[in-house]
Design a binder for this molecule. Structure first.
Ligand SMILES: Cc1cc2nc3c(=O)[nH]c(=O)nc-3n(C[C@H](O)[C@H](O)[C@H](O)COP(=O)(O)O)c2cc1C
Length: 192
């Protein structure tokens, strides 16, 4: 994507839908969550929380898989790890609403993604799931809101996907040009 070189881990990361059934090693899981823990957050609140379902252990994995929309379930059902991400609604120190919680969770997931890439893993974030089901299935306390589900694992063979998804995987993922994103003054290009 583009000719400007960025870090190899950033170049390598993308969100596949085909995963191997191979389990993810515990040490790798440990390291990706360690990376997620080190992200910055407003007031150092660290409002991110993760519930990890391993397919081999069935119960939690199934509880998370059950929340996914049909369109996501069709491919995510093969991922060996499903992770529910949550954000804590209020600051622990004073009870005020934490309006940065999703921003902070997103940064934590970005750290996790980059470490996962370094481990040879891929992940695919999903907003298409039922928050209500997640709360019910996993008995999530009122203070925490489900934000996304992440499928994680080793990249699998494209041919294992239904044909329509195979086509989608082959499409180039476009990004907006920097000229539409970065300004020196509102609407005026910063980068030439
Ligand atoms: C918050 C969020 C929600 C997403 N929800 C879904 C989803 O429900 N289903 C899906 O297939 N992809 C989902 N995606 C993946 C995006 O479509 C994908 O990241 C984007 O197209 C860029 O592609 P790339 O990650 O391969 O670079 C989601 C990504 C994010 C960050």
């Amino acid at each position: 994507m583009g000719n400007i070189k960025v870090h190899e881990l950033i170049e390598t990361r993308w969100s596949p839908r085909a995963y191997l059934t191979k389990d993810v090693e515990n040490e790798k899981l440990h390291r990706i969550f360690e990376a997620s823990r080190r992200a910055p957050s407003a007031m150092n609140e660290q409002p991110w929380r993760y519930v990890v379902g391993l397919k081999k252990d069935e119960q939690v994995w199934k509880s998370i898989a059950d929340t996914l929309n049909e369109g996501n379930q069709i491919w995510a059902q093969h991922a060996p790890v499903l992770i529910l991400t949550l954000a804590k609604k209020h600051y622990t120190r004073n009870g005020a609403e934490n309006t940065s919680r999703n921003y902070d969770l997103g940064q934590s997931v970005a750290y996790l993604s980059i470490q996962a890439t370094n481990e040879g893993l891929f992940l695919h974030q999903m907003g298409g799931f039922s928050r209500e089901k997640a709360i019910e299935n996993l008995q999530i306390p009122e203070e925490f809101e489900p934000v996304t589900v992440i499928a994680l694992g080793y990249k699998g063979d494209l041919n294992t996907l239904p044909l329509n998804l195979q086509e989608r995987e082959k499409q180039m993922i476009n990004r907006l040009p920097l000229s539409e994103l970065v300004f020196s003054n509102w609407g005026k290009n910063f980068l030439l």
